[in-house]
Design a protein around this ligand. Structure first.
Ligand SMILES: C[S@@+](CC[C@H](N)C(=O)[O-])C[C@H]1O[C@@H](n2cnc3c(N)ncnc32)[C@H](O)[C@@H]1O
Length: 341
């Protein structure tokens, strides 16, 4: 598959280039350092992988290198895995697969049919980070729903498909709400428009939905400049790709776009030292580390930030009363911050 399909992720490579990069990484791999990081030998991890349903069909266990390479080749057989391999991150569509009930239903059906691929099984049902991402979506929903009140203006930046706002309950609304989706990627905005139309067709929303091209790193967010426009901004999946300075810049722009007493809900992946290890399946974490860190070289990996640093960055941008809500495994906490009067 060519990288053309992934235009929305700049720098995305073709599958062939991605697999060549994996081989390159494997050539440079320092096995003792990896085994120390994993806290187990690669041979043991091969036995763990061997016990996963479908692994015998999907992987080669002839030697350590073949094993690692076959994990990457198996990822390339999944839409989600292929995108991750090629772009080393997720875009609007692949992120949404994690939250889309229809996709979950398809995977469950494949599981019953015994046609579910190994990569999808691990990614959607086992990798701790991706389980935390799915849980985080529901934590956002729980924090956001009580803020849906008459006449409120709610924004999502980057909105991707904007499932976060579109899947809330608006049945109690008497005075129209306004939902605003902001994203840099036109394809994402089209995807969001399609989901909005689908949702509206099933359950008309009391309010308006609009989408605008927007850059979170640009002052004013859009050409027209957005200031004091929103009561709530939700944000998932942008700051994890930003360095410290860019995070503060992004948070400042969100702060500027909020009304006084407005709320900002975001999340961040934290370093392993902050994980709740007693809640994490270590073998699944090991397989995830080999896949996402070693083979794919996920772009968010070097940019994880301690909870206290994220809080400090939000405060530097002007937010107060920052509440931190951890997921069960303590991997991807949610931050709820307020703009003072
Ligand atoms: C991982 S997706 C998350 C989308 C959505 N929030 C979700 O959770 O499904 C990241 C999104 O960030 C958008 N994006 C990347 N850089 C951006 C920027 N500087 N300003 C606004 N959006 C950006 C991408 O186009 C993409 O849709």
């Amino acid at each position: 598959m060519s990288s053309g399909k992934f235009q929305s992720h700049l720098g995305a490579q073709s599958v062939e280039q991605a697999l060549a990069s994996v081989e390159n990484r494997l050539d440079k791999l320092h096995l003792p350092a990896l085994e120390q990081k994993l806290g187990c030998s690669l041979d043991r991890l091969m036995r763990v992988a061997e016990a996963e349903p479908g692994a015998q069909w999907a992987l080669r266990f002839s030697d350590q290198r073949q094993f690692l390479l076959s994990l990457a080749e198996d990822a390339a057989r999944s839409e989600f895995g292929r995108f991750l391999l090629c772009a080393r991150g997720l875009n609007w569509r692949t992120t949404d697969l994690l939250f889309d009930p229809a996709h979950q239903a398809t995977l469950r059906q494949q599981e019953r049919d015994h046609s579910l691929g190994l990569f999808d099984r691990l990614a959607f049902f086992s990798y701790p980070l991706l389980l935390a991402t799915q849980e985080r979506f529901h934590i956002f929903q729980q924090c956001t729903q009580p803020l849906v009140a008459d006449g409120t203006v709610l924004a999502s930046l980057p909105c991707g498909r904007m499932r976060d706002l579109l899947s809330l309950d608006y049945a109690h609304i008497r005075q129209e709400v306004r939902l605003v989706g902001l994203d840099k990627d036109q394809e994402a905005l089209q995807g969001a428009q399609a989901l909005a139309a689908e949702v509206q067709a099933q359950k008309p929303l009391r309010g308006t939905v609009e989408f605008h091209a927007s850059d979170g790193l640009r002052p004013g967010l859009t050409e027209a400049s957005i200031r004091r426009a929103f009561d709530l901004v939700t944000s998932n999946g942008l700051n994890i790709y930003l360095n410290d300075d860019q995070c503060v810049t992004f948070y400042r722009h969100v702060h500027e776009a909020l009304n006084p007493r407005g709320t900002f809900i975001t999340s961040h992946i934290v370093p392993v030292e902050e994980y709740r290890w007693d809640q994490i399946n270590r073998d699944h974490w090991r397989l995830q580390t080999v896949m996402l860190t070693v083979l794919i070289g996920a772009l968010w990996e070097p940019l994880v930030k301690p909870r206290a640093l994220v809080q400090k960055q939000l405060e530097l941008a002007g937010f107060r009363d920052v509440r931190i809500l951890p997921d069960l495994q303590g991997i991807f906490p949610t931050f709820v911050a307020t703009k003072p009067r």
